[in-house]
Design a protein around this ligand. Structure first.
Ligand SMILES: Cc1cc2nc3c(=O)[nH]c(=O)nc-3n(C[C@H](O)[C@H](O)[C@H](O)COP(=O)(O)OP(=O)(O)OC[C@H]3O[C@@H](n4cnc5c(N)ncnc54)[C@H](O)[C@@H]3O)c2cc1C
Length: 407
């Protein structure tokens, strides 16, 4: 028997399917796959995203006043499945667009009106201005300061490991706005304009020989008061929302090899590599490959469960579990590739793409185990919030930040 929900679901599926068949044309798909800059979106992608946003497919779970359709999670998944079936990007941003989700959760009406549209269309580039030379895992120890002067804040300090800062138009920034309260209570959260005189971005070189992240020196930079997210001095709460989105994204997947075979699934690559190297029949290796594949599938299911349970703007400790699991999986996959290749994994250069991929993935696995909070920090979160273990002692938690000793 057809229920009202079944009918609504069928209508929705028909609607999205017919929209895609009219709009997601072969030339568009081809242009999008040909032009994929490492940083920022290509013009082809931006113009496609503008169509997706205008048709209200980008953030179907969101309210209609903000480009959404007020749909349930189950209905939004119907749309995601139809987009995935034809390999069209752009929907599901109500889960995956860290910048837009954080802005929707805490932004002023002025800022939301100005930036949510461009964010969904990838028209502006963003970065995260959190970590400082002496505040990484202990982010509440930040010393970058923001002082109000009339209708704006004046910011001074230094950030580090800022991915994408070179091209960013805005940075999601945490800064200290009150030195006379304990460390978690005197932080505010901002959208900081990056293209201004007071911001000096200097690239750092990574172990992968790339330069994606930077040091950012901030001297008398200005941020309009409307660019504060959440309330004054309550930036820590806003940060938890943003970090939960980041962990969700990092727990879901990771970057593939730099120039390698991106079309095949990771599990297929492991099996193909072992076959090619003539070691697919080795029982121990077969077992390890099967285990890596099983962990990955299990983690995808676990992340899906975590996502289904959380409401917009909430965080879930399950995301820490997903991120930690993904980090371990990536290290294990890279180790397995190296083991399969044996001594050949020591070769490098374009003549040895298998070894290039294995080595790149070995180095790049650290991205997920450090960025967005290290594995050890995820373990702390899981221990305290999931397993109910006692909290780590924090000697400086309750004293005014002004009295906390700087390292
Ligand atoms: C690829 C990449 C991209 C990044 N991008 C950004 C970005 O865009 N913006 C940004 O702001 N930051 C970024 N970061 C920084 C990242 O968030 C920090 O490196 C991370 O939070 C760890 O901080 P830290 O480097 O200061 O290490 P520390 O906090 O000094 O930690 C050093 C070691 O001590 C361990 N440790 C620290 N405290 C504890 C504890 N309480 N319990 C157990 N172990 C502990 C850590 O796990 C780690 O092994 C990025 C990092 C990477 C690797």
């Amino acid at each position: 028997m057809l229920t009202e929900t079944n009918i609504a679901d069928k209508n929705l599926r028909d609607e999205v399917r017919s929209w895609l068949s009219e709009n997601w044309t072969q030339p568009k798909a081809a242009a999008l796959t040909q032009h994929q800059p490492m940083w920022g979106a290509s013009d082809e992608l931006k113009s496609w995203l503008a169509e997706v946003v205008a048709a209200r497919w980008a953030v179907p779970r969101w309210p209609s006043e903000w480009f959404g359709r007020d749909l349930s999670n189950a209905q939004a998944k119907i749309i995601e499945a139809e987009f995935a079936a034809v390999k069209a990007p752009g929907t599901g941003q109500d889960r995956t667009n860290l910048w837009a989700n954080t802005l929707l959760a805490g932004g002023t009406e002025v800022l939301k009106s100005k930036l949510i549209g461009p964010l969904l269309k990838s028209e502006i580039n963003m970065c995260l201005l959190y970590s400082e030379p002496n505040a990484g895992s202990d982010l509440a120890g930040i010393r970058t300061r923001a002082d109000r002067q009339g209708d704006h804040y004046v910011v001074n300090g230094q950030k580090v490991w800022t991915s994408g800062a070179m091209t960013a138009d805005y940075g999601m920034l945490i800064a200290r706005t009150d030195w006379d309260v304990p460390k978690h209570l005197g932080i505010s959260y901002f959208y900081c304009p990056m293209k201004q005189e007071g911001i000096d971005v200097r690239p750092l070189r990574q172990i992968t020989n790339e330069s994606h992240f930077n040091e950012v020196f901030i001297t008398d930079a200005h941020i309009p008061v409307d660019n504060m997210l959440g309330n004054f001095n309550q930036g820590w709460k806003m940060l938890q929302t943003a970090l939960a989105y980041e962990r969700l994204i990092m727990g879901e997947g990771a970057r593939g090899p730099r120039g390698g075979n991106k079309k095949a699934k990771d599990e297929e690559i492991l099996i193909a590599l072992a076959r090619e190297a003539g070691v697919l029949d080795e029982p121990k290796l077969r077992q390890q490959i099967a285990q890596a594949i099983a962990y990955k599938k299990l983690n995808a299911l676990n992340s899906a469960r975590g996502k289904a349970d959380i409401a917009q703007g909430e965080s879930s400790s399950l995301m820490s579990l997903g991120k930690l699991a993904m980090s371990r999986i990536l290290h294990e996959e890279a180790r397995l590739r190296t083991e399969i290749l044996g001594p050949a994994s020591m070769l490098e250069g374009s003549d040895y793409p298998r070894a290039e991929d294995a080595n790149f993935l070995t180095f790049n696995a650290y991205l997920t185990s450090i960025g967005g909070g290290t594995d050890q920090i995820q373990r702390n979160i899981i221990g305290e919030r999931v397993l109910g273990l006692p909290k780590e002692p924090e000697v400086d938690k309750k004293i005014p930040f002004r009295d906390v000793r700087a390292s």
